[in-house]
Design a protein around this ligand. Structure first.
Ligand code: SPV
Ligand code: MG
Length: 559
């Protein structure tokens, strides 16, 4: 529905239509939220806020229209454009009307001041009006040009403002109505409503009357309606409120110097977010952005100490091992960042003071010698909300591995490498001392062993652990897993239940719950009926678990 049709409907309905002057999209939105019927795109307000200049025909139509278009986008209530003198003569008015129709405003108001106009309230400014016929010509041109049937042309007379008297005001109002105006605004700057009330009382009533009670400000809407007005415009109270509020806050903050000193005078940030539509943007992000673009928190378990790596890790944890000028941790963070993952938490333990990279939230597992990596991960339990990645601090992986994982729609997804299976039986040296093996529901390449494509869709995981019989194992877990918001909730709940149940017992392959690995907890999830999936890769990663693996990393990675 065109904005104009909405305004017509408001005018047809019983009661006075309440419009408020806005100077930008934000003020228009506030006016709509406050429950007013319409917006007055105020020349006074837009001159002040956009350029901080007087309301004296300095603002061009282009500048004014730009602001009005922003308002049209921001609100659904109709907008009446204050077009001053129409930006020229009758011919210019025609273009003014068409441009405003296209902008989607409901109507416009053209006053009979000479160009350049002066705000009606400026004292000591010479005030002249154009001849009646000339303004009638503008109104006729406006009506002839309009293409949107409901578009509203309001003719405004400044006869009372110029001191030309009530008769002249009425004469002009009648002439403009006869010329086709859809409504008449008779402006007044008298200190009381009396003068205008008298004019309205004498009005023929052929079209509705519009009033701007700025100077005679003690009159209520009901009284204006009673006097015969159909539209009231509260033209500049919103911008004046803004100026006062800003001044007060700036003054307090300047004296106090703490931003918090003005907290009781300003809205919470959340209110601004809501006002500009952040919740809708979040919803749209969830619906339309490719998976991986949304916020994911990565939790890196890097607390452990492995004595087989001494003396390499004498003074630092394993994740700080340098591989060709970059530590394992720096390589991980680059990979995460490449996939737009910026929320990174890391659990430190052994030589924790050595890890000082910025932009990471740190958690400490000071019991790293007596506890397993599951316990370490849960030191960062407060991070386990929304989508989460859990990863071991000693793996290096290609970006494609992470990209594939991020596309998984499953609640719980592990990355597993099928290359492990292919290396079985071909005599290749097994550098891994204790790979985390997995058995899959429907492993790829089962029948055709030579060539196959790793599937895109996640496959269901049946078993995981280092002691899996090799004829059952099809792949190796690489130490990288993703949980959806729902998946991480399941994971936390299952962890709590298992902690209660297994506290003093062995837990899957772990001698005790406190020493359990992530894989023990994954097996627990499977055994308790949760769906655990995996995406399959073929190589593209390495782990630094031994001196040989560290040498291999040096040999294979580029600078
Ligand atoms: C405006 O808001 O720009 C107006 C109304 O034209 S008034 O300032 O009261 O003249
Ligand atoms: Mg104005």
């Amino acid at each position: 529905m065109h904005n104009a049709t909405k305004l017509r409907a408001l005018i047809q309905r019983p009661g006075i239509v309440k419009a408020v002057g806005a100077h930008d999209a934000l003020s228009a939105k506030l006016i709509q939220q406050a429950g007013f019927d319409a917006i007055w795109a105020s020349g006074f307000g837009i001159s002040a806020s956009l350029k901080c200049i007087p309301d004296a025909s300095f603002i061009t139509m282009t500048e004014q229209l730009d602001v009005e278009r922003n308002m049209v986008e921001a609100v659904s209530i109709p907008i009446i454009a204050d077009c001053d003198t129409g930006y020229g003569n009758a011919l210019n008015v025609m273009r003014t009307v068409n441009d405003h129709e296209r902008a989607g405003v409901a109507g416009l108001c053209i006053e009979d001041n000479v160009f350049p106009k002066r705000c009606s309230f400026y004292a000591g400014v010479r005030r002249e009006l154009i001849p009646i016929e000339e303004h009638c010509g503008k109104i006729q041109a406006a009506k002839a040009a309009q293409t949107v049937p409901d578009f509203l042309v309001i003719a405004r007379t400044e006869a009372l403002i110029a001191g030309w008297g009530q008769d002249e005001a009425l004469k002009r109002a009648e002439a403009y109505a006869a010329a086709g105006a859809d409504a008449i605004l008779i402006h007044s700057k008298a200190p009381t409503f009396d003068e205008l009330k008298a004019v309205a009382g004498a009005w023929s009533g052929r079209v509705p009357l519009v009033v701007v009670p700025t100077i005679f400000d003690g009159v209520a809407a009901a009284e204006l309606e009673e006097a015969g007005f159909k539209i009231v415009i509260y033209a500049n109270q919103a911008i004046r409120a803004g100026i006062k509020a800003m001044r007060e806050v700036l003054d307090v903050m300047n004296r106090d110097t703490r931003p918090g000193s003005v907290n009781d005078r300003i809205v919470k940030l959340k209110e601004v977010y809501d006002l500009v539509g952040v919740p809708q943007m979040e919803e749209d992000e969830r619906r339309f952005l490719p998976v991986g673009g949304e916020q994911v928190t990565a939790i890196i378990a890097a607390a452990g100490f492995e004595k087989q790596l001494l003396p390499l890790i004498e003074d630092k944890p394993k994740c700080l091992l340098d591989v060709k000028g970059k530590t394992i941790l720096e390589r991980q963070i680059s990979r995460l960042n490449e996939c737009t993952i910026k929320e990174i938490a890391l659990v430190r333990g052994y030589r924790k003071e050595a890890i000082t990279l910025p932009n990471i939230r740190y958690y400490d597992n000071d019991q790293y010698e007596q506890t397993g990596e599951l316990h370490s991960l849960f030191c960062a339990e407060s991070e386990m909300k929304g989508r989460c990645l859990l990863l071991y601090g000693d793996i290096i992986f290609d970006a494609a591995v992470l990209e594939k994982l991020l596309k998984s729609p499953a609640d719980i997804t592990l990355v597993v490498d099928l290359a492990w299976n292919d290396l079985q039986g071909d005599g290749s040296p097994q550098v891994h001392l204790k790979p985390d093996l997995v058995a899959l529901q429907d492993p790829p390449g089962k029948s055709s062993t030579l060539r196959y494509v790793t599937p895109e869709e996640p496959i269901r995981l049946r078993k995981i652990g280092q002691h899996l019989p090799h004829d059952m194992a099809r792949a190796e877990f690489i130490g990288l897993a993703m949980f959806s918001e729902n998946g991480i909730e399941q994971f936390r709940r299952a962890y709590r239940e298992a902690a209660d149940h297994y506290l003093s017992k062995g837990f899957h392959e772990a001698g005790s719950f406190i020493r359990a690995s992530l894989t023990d907890m994954i097996q627990e999830l499977i055994d308790t009926g949760h769906d655990v999936h995996c995406v399959t890769i073929f190589k593209g990663w390495m782990e630094v678990d031994s001196f040989e693996e560290y040498q291999k990393a040096w040999a294979q990675l580029r600078q």
